[in-house]
Design a binder for this molecule. Structure first.
Ligand SMILES: [Zn+2]
Ligand SMILES: [Zn+2]
Length: 178
């Protein structure tokens, strides 16, 4: 399935609604896995060679928890408002004035915009800084590597100050131990 937007087909304004199966994306070196179909809906506004895409992308990602590295689901519903300029506008310095809106613009080559790349960029923007499978994820044991969400591993996780350990020997035992 071609994931290119053919600009030759776009007159002044079009609405595009597409759904891509997860397998349509090249999943080689991303930090996430696209776990389900991706819905892409947007308006295309054309003004000469300036193309504006306004819409949203919905999908379901899977990425590793930052503490326990188990895969976790990360649903995405991201809105975007993107301006595309032809690649030639980037290369040529020339007399053309760059207005502030153009500074954040993306560029297209030929007569197509790569929608797969648009989707991947939106997914990257939607990723959490520190993904957690749950807010109280216990992570992995630093000693044996066991996933502490599943079961305690038996390692001693208390850090005991050696000076305190020596002191504890000198203290009287608690009454419950009599
Ligand atoms: Zn976790
Ligand atoms: Zn352990």
């Amino acid at each position: 399935m071609a994931m290119l937007l053919d600009l030759a087909q776009i007159r002044a304004r079009e609405h595009i609604d597409r759904e891509y199966p997860a397998g349509a994306f090249d999943r080689s070196e991303d930090e996430f896995v696209i776990a389900g179909p991706v819905a892409l809906a947007f308006d295309v506004e054309r003004e000469g060679s300036r193309i504006r895409l306004v819409g949203h992308v919905r999908g379901s990602l899977e990425l590793p928890c930052s503490r326990c590295v188990e895969p976790m689901a990360w649903p995405v519903d991201a809105a975007f408002d993107l301006l595309y300029l032809p690649m030639s506008a980037n290369a040529g310095e020339g007399e053309r004035e760059v207005d502030t809106e153009d500074l954040g613009a993306a560029f297209y080559e030929g007569d197509t915009i790569d929608l797969a790349q648009l989707v991947r960029e939106q997914f990257y923007l939607a990723l959490p800084m520190k993904p957690l499978c749950r807010s109280d994820c216990q992570g992995l044991c630093p000693e044996c590597g066991a996933n502490l969400n599943l079961a305690p591993c038996g390692c001693d996780h208390r850090w005991v100050d050696p000076r305190m350990a020596a002191l504890r020997q000198l203290l009287p035992k608690k009454s419950s131990e009599h």
